[in-house]
Every structure is written in C-alpha cells, then in structure tokens.
Design a protein around this ligand. Sequence first.
Ligand code: SF4
Length: 389
Amino acid sequence: MHLIRAFRPLRLRAFHTTPLSHLATLQQTPPPQPLSVAERHATGILRTDWTKQEVQDIYDSPLMELLFNAAKVHRLHFNPREVQQCTLLSIKTGGCTEDCAYCPQSSKYSTNVKASKLLQEDTVLAAAKKAKEAGSSRFCMGAAWRDLHGRKTNFNTILNYVKEIRSMGMEVCCTLGMLTPTQAQQLKEAGLTAYNHNLDTSREYYPKIITTRSYDERLETIANVRDAGISVCSGGIIGLGEKAEDRVGMLWTLATMVEHPESVPVNALLAVEGTPLGKQEPVQIWEMVRMIATARIVMPTSMIRLSAGRVRFSQPEQALCFMAGANSIFTGDKLLTTPNNAYTDDQKMFDVLGLVPKQANHRQGSDKFLDVGEAPKVEAKKGELFIEG
Ligand code: SF4
C-alpha cells in the first residue's frame, strides 16, 4: 500500500510534465521488433515450405527464447502433460551387413553385441503385454537388417506379430530396414501403425556415417511407407561429429517432406566401444534442447521423441526437453542394444513432473485428419488449447 502511494504521484507528475512534442514522438515510435526468429515462427501453423535459412535462424535463436516459443507451439497442438511411452524391442539383434558408424549391431565392427535369430512369438508377445501393462501405448519391433530381401518366412512371422500386438489395442511400429512398396502395403494390411526409418543426419554429412545405403534410398523407403498409408517415424542422431548446419539440414529435410513425419525421434549418440564413433564426446543437454525445440517449431503437429541418450540426462534435464516440446519417450530397460532409463525411474519422473501417459492413437497414416498447409483447428478446454478430433 505504501509503495503504491509513493509511486502514484511520481507517475502523474511525469505524465503532466511530458511536452506535447514528446508525445508525438512516442506515437511515431515503431512497435518493438520480435525478440527472436523463434518467436516470429512460433505460430503453430503447419508448413512444408521452410527454407534452410529459416530453420537455421530458428535453431540459432537465443536458447531461452527458443525454449519458450517451442513450449508455446507445443501447447497449441498437444496437451503438454501427455507423454507417449513407446517400448522398443530388438526382435533380431546384430549381424547387420550395413556399416552405420554408430551402430554396435553392424557386422563390420567388433563390439560385444552377439548376433541372434528372430525372437519367437511367445517372447515377443509377452514383451508387448508387459509393455502395455507398464503404460506403453506403442510397441516397436526392430530387426538389424539392411532390407527384407530373401527373408520371406521371417517377414510373414513379423506380419503375424503386428496383427497380434495390434489386437491388444496398442499402436505397432517396426524398423526392419528398407521396404519395397509391396512390403509396406503388406505391413499396412497387417495393421502396422508406424514405420521407423531415420535419416540419421544431413544429406551432406551422411556419407561420413553410412556408405552401404544412400540418402535417397532412405527417402525412397519413407515414401513407400507414406504411400502405403502408414505413419512415418523418422528422425536422427546428434553427436556423430556433425556441425550445427548438419543438424539443421536434417530437420529441414524432415520439415519439407510432402507430409511431416508423424513422429520424429531425436537421439543423442551413446558411443559404443568398437564402433568408429566409440570415442565421441557426449552430447550436452543444451544441444538436445535446441534440437528438440527447433523440431517442435518447424514440425508443430509431430510427436517429438526424446530417444537414445536419455539415460544420460538427469530428471531436470529431461524436464527441459519436455518443456521444449518432446512428448514421447522410449521406456524399457534397453533401446535395442544400448541401456535405457529404468521403468521405475520414469514412473517417478512422471509423478514429479505431473506427466501422464498418452493413450494409443489409431487415427494415423491414411486416417489422418490434418492436411498439409491447413492450420489445425483448436479449441479451448479448461484454459488450455487442444486439437479437435
Ligand atoms: S543402424 Fe540398423 S541398418 Fe545400421 S548397422 Fe545398425 S542395425 Fe544395421
């Protein structure tokens, strides 16, 4: 009260003593400029015509500005309390003929990963059931293969796994290497929700990471998946020795696809001894936050998945990633062959942060309701904004 009394006369005096010429100058003062490029682009409108420079400018925005504006965009399209839990199971481990420089499953490198055959049905279905009981809404199956060529029996077995897990009410995802249009169609008919095929990095840096599969082959598989009406899951890895412009290049490629991937995994390299990248320095949390926030702004309706490397981040660090727009994590003790956060730790984190598991969404792939270029319809509910539909 005393403070108000003390300041009020001062404000009045200032008003009364302002000459008219000064008021005219004040009226002509242009409105303040946006604080950052991130703020200018934080509209939440779906765009596929980003220029690389725009993505770079967003990425280069002052970090707290970037974080704040990504959080704003996140709230335009999602309930920020909901985080999807996905469980990833390696159904066929190791012995892969590809030479991805980060991967301990490549047969080109000497690591402690042992090659194994396709897991049996009872093992896979038991893992899916356990994941569902633990709160996962999506079950992903990964096989260390270049493609499905000459693997008809195994592919038929996997199609059956897809059917069985879908009938449990879960979203089902696979990552099995390159796909032909026919194989993608078969997976769609079996009930596959999403297919993961990462770009890994920028087109320019890619040849330093993989030489056995081209960038265009990756894009072709992604197109085959999309054309079959399956949701695309595609992202990449940071910490491979790439520059900031490569991170931007990868996000730009994803954000200018004819349709944004439904989910975008952002992985931080977990360097594994024996691989060519075994001695890479760990990714810092601020690099991860910058990457996630930029992805959230340029692909506002995609699920942004905080993926490999999460095990290295503390609970407050992960909270920053969720604030930046990440709304999906992998749960389970392992991510294919590398360690992951303990399930009980994740439960505690959800409790502390007030997060809730996101329910399965079967309206994906060809059933999607948002068209490219169309701003999403939003409605207010209890003071927050959600997508209709
Ligand atoms: S990342 Fe996949 S394709 Fe590359 S070596 Fe590992 S298992 Fe093979």
